[in-house]
Design a protein around this ligand. Structure first.
Ligand code: ATP
Length: 243
């Protein structure tokens, strides 16, 4: 495999005295969509938050673009190209859709380029354009998710970290959002690290995947191989013919 753009090696994270990640090795190449699957509490969000610099590892390392990321603060990681769309659509509810998008571009200065990015995001998610002057807090769950993704894209990232974009959304909406994620990946070559409990949707979109259980990676491989693995089917896909 080519040198990965993003990599964790033996990553450990503790909350107080309790270790939540017991040595995680994941890697994502330029342009790859990698999914991290696992049940509630497996440590998926913790992994993403360590990569984006919101949590400090207690061991191991995170490497980005061939260099260790240790000591680089979260906002600087965004500048370097790592942007996260947070779980629970943590957008700014009292600002408009447009203002939320502009805030996502805090690392950039060229006004014309920022406007071009916003225009591109409105093309990807036309409903955001229709609601650009509306307060973000009044959007539906799916629209807020689109805005969270759009805001992360405004940083023009090389790596897009997504925490449960399907959370709480109806199946048709999940399909639409995941289709757009594929389009974004194909148009820009952005590397995507996608954390999901919805294994079915995630494995359809991803090139490769990892399965986490209580702070460890227990399986990894091409998405199609994972999707046909009997253990993955039993635990995460609701059996062969499941939902
Ligand atoms: P979910 O889908 O529910 O977010 P997850 O796989 O993302 O699950 P994490 O949120 O990373 O899991 O949690 C991993 C472990 O760390 C769990 O045991 C959780 O209880 C614990 N944990 C997470 N956040 C904290 C925190 N702020 N303080 C203490 N323990 C935490």
């Amino acid at each position: 495999m080519d040198a990965p753009l993003l990599e964790t090696r033996g990553l450990r994270v503790k909350y107080g005295n309790v270790e939540a990640l017991h040595g995680i090795d994941i890697a994502a190449r330029q342009g790859e969509i990698v999914s991290i699957l696992g049940a509630n509490g497996a440590g998926k969000s913790t992994t993403l938050r360590a990569i984006s610099g919101l949590l400090r590892p207690s061991g191991g390392e995170i490497r980005y673009d061939g260099k260790p990321a240790a000591g680089i603060p979260a906002h600087e990681r965004v500048r370097l190209g790592i942007a996260q769309a947070p779980e629970g659509r943590r957008i700014f509810g009292t600002l408009t859709v447009r203002e939320n998008l502009i805030l996502g571009a805090f690392t950039r200065t060229d006004k014309e380029e920022i406007a071009a990015s916003a225009a591109w995001i409105y093309k990807l998610f036309p409903v955001l354009e229709a609601r650009r002057l509306q307060l973000a807090g009044t959007l539906s769950g799916g629209e807020q998710q689109m805005l969270a993704i759009g805001r992360a894209l405004m940083a023009k990232p090389r790596v897009l970290l997504l925490d449960e974009p399907s959370l709480g959304l109806a199946p048709l909406l999940v399909k639409a959002i995941f289709r757009t994620l594929r389009e974004i990946n194909e148009q820009t070559g952005v590397t995507v690290v996608l954390v999901e409990q919805n294994a079915r949707a995630a494995l359809k979109l991803a090139h490769r995947g990892y399965v986490m259980e209580v702070g460890r990676i227990v399986l990894e491989g091409p998405a199609a191989t994972l999707a046909s693995d009997p253990k993955v089917q039993a635990a995460y896909l609701g059996g062969k013919t499941g939902a």
